[in-house]
Design a protein around this ligand. Structure first.
Ligand SMILES: Cc1cc2nc3c(=O)[nH]c(=O)nc-3n(C[C@H](O)[C@H](O)[C@H](O)COP(=O)(O)OP(=O)(O)OC[C@H]3O[C@@H](n4cnc5c(N)ncnc54)[C@H](O)[C@@H]3O)c2cc1C
Length: 385
């Protein structure tokens, strides 16, 4: 993000907090695939995870551009915001479409840290990126909905009290438009686990606390429905724009971390009697990564501004995510190359960040699907799928 005076204080405060969680902390968590609960608690205590919650509910009432700065700084400091970022982006769906009663019931607890809102259940094993084909059903039964189905890649489900769930409430054959008939629910997992909801962890390339979630006749109160029944896809798309902007900001932070690490190492490391950074073969990739990171940063900032003005910046959020995820991955690769053999040694954190940065050209939406979106919705080319 661009340096702006009103956001400088936030940047400094996030940096100061992150200094308490150095590389050794993240390496140990990574080795054990353990959730960085102390880090998430510290972010919560400092109020960063309540940045978007209105002041009347105990938060700081900031806009998405401030949330993006928080996430960017976490990554730029070498920490891993994936442990907590969902609270920021799920929040937008609740704030934009939740009822007054839902906001009053949940927001103060989330702001104080008593309640954790960290899980987002959209992806399913059989439908993949084709979200409109998802199979999880929620069927109304009196004052309840009965949920059956399965989600995959529901990250942080074991470390969250609430789950924002996308499920089909009207069968696909019975709706006029394929985008209708899906609904979103705020599921209180504290009551659900063991009563129709089961969580199974998935071990991944990096430390991400992701899971499979199974619903077996789970009964949830009808009051868990967010907004109007059948309109969930529209709500989730708006939330996904916020998610893409925030993830893009994280990628910018990662790119900054890799560029700073590579620059420092290239200046210090002496081979053939001079710093490796004196060779253009080392300098140019770093300089190119810097230019790409800055371009992505401007798009992230622009997308956040459009979002904060009340818009649904599908094109801008997608472009920000595309550019930033590619910038961070290119910077990750460049950093390993600059470090040579030491890029593979655990103690430098480069290999850990390299593994962590790999995710974002795949999730929360893959590069191909962003390109398809731009081709179809921005350039007017025929739909390819
Ligand atoms: C670590 C991790 C954490 C995640 N966390 C969450 C979470 O918290 N909540 C959640 O809901 N989801 C989560 N996800 C899921 C993530 O959003 C999906 O993995 C991602 O959207 C891609 O979907 P998929 O894996 O089903 O791939 P698929 O849809 O099976 O696609 C596989 C490949 O084919 C390409 N492809 C598919 N269709 C087309 C097409 N028409 N044209 C061109 N290319 C195509 C894709 O681009 C991709 O490269 C997470 C995933 C991971 C790996």
């Amino acid at each position: 993000m661009e340096q702006r005076d009103d956001l400088d204080e936030i940047r400094r405060a996030v940096r100061a907090l992150c200094e308490e969680f150095p590389g050794e902390y993240w390496r140990a968590k990574d080795r054990e695939r353990a959730y960085p609960g102390e880090f998430v608690d510290a972010l919560t205590r400092a109020g960063f995870l309540a940045a978007l919650i209105p002041e009347e509910f105990g938060g700081s009432g900031l806009m998405l551009d401030a949330a993006a700065v928080i996430m960017e700084e976490i990554q730029a400091a070498g920490c891993n915001g994936a442990s907590a970022h969902a609270q920021m982006y799920i929040m937008n769906t609740l704030l934009r479409y939740g009822s007054a009663e839902q906001k009053a019931r949940y927001l103060p607890g989330i702001a104080s840290g008593e309640l954790r809102l960290q899980a987002f259940g959209v992806s399913e094993p059989t439908s993949g990126t084709d979200t409109l084909s998802l199979k999880t059903r929620a069927v109304r039964d009196g004052d309840h909905y009965v949920v059956n189905g399965q989600k995959i890649w529901t990250s942080r489900a074991e470390h969250s009290d609430l789950l924002l769930l996308l499920a089909r409430t009207t069968p696909r054959e019975e709706v006029e438009k394929r985008t209708e008939g899906l609904s979103i629910f705020l599921v209180d997992m504290r009551e659900a686990i063991g009563n129709g909801l089961t969580i199974k962890p998935i071990r991944t390339l990096m430390n991400h606390s992701t899971t499979e979630v199974f619903f077996d006749d789970l009964r949830i109160p009808a009051s868990a429905l967010v907004g109007e029944e059948g309109k969930g896809f529209r709500y989730i798309l708006s939330g996904m724009n916020a998610e893409r902007i925030l993830i893009a900001a994280e990628c910018v932070g990662d790119a900054k971390w890799f560029i700073e690490k590579a620059t420092g190492y290239a200046s210090d490391r002496q081979v053939f009697g001079r710093p490796i950074g004196q060779n253009q073969g080392i300098q140019f990739p770093i300089a190119r990564c810097y230019a790409r990171m800055r371009a992505a940063e401007l798009m992230v900032h622009h997308a956040a501004q459009v979002y904060d003005a009340g818009g649904n910046p599908g094109a801008e959020a997608n472009m920000a995510k595309l550019l930033a995820s590619e910038a961070s991955w290119e910077a990750a690769d460049m950093c390993v190359q600059t470090f040579g053999g030491f890029g593979f040694a655990e103690e430098y954190d480069v290999e850990r960040k390299f593994r962590e940065a790999r995710l974002y050209t795949v999730a929360p939406i893959s590069t191909n699907l962003i390109l398809s979106y731009l081709a179809e919705h921005v350039l007017g080319l025929p739909r390819s799928y």
